[in-house]
Design a protein around this ligand. Sequence first.
Ligand SMILES: [Zn+2]
Length: 107
Amino acid sequence: MKRYHFSLGDSSDGPVGFCAAVYADNPTQAVEKLQASLPEEQVAEPLESDEDGEVEYIASYFNPFKVSEADIDEEYEVCPKCKVDADDQESSVYECSDCGHRWKELP
Ligand SMILES: [Zn+2]
């Protein structure tokens, strides 16, 4: 199992950033899981709760169908049992440093 990190938008460079991490066996499955879980809208509370209500609302919008494998910027092998990051190793067999589970990397 792997953890796929999605990066869309960049709040260092622009006003909005968006990232997500999804556990899956392959990039296609990761995209499907994120698409199925992504809300179309996320409403945020304004930081300064202004008593005059001059910031009426803050909402951001997502389009799940536009998320693709190209938005994955990192992938990590993780333990399929406890989802802890796997240590780098030489062979294709991993052993979890946390729970001791052993598994083979998927092709
Ligand atoms: Zn483990």
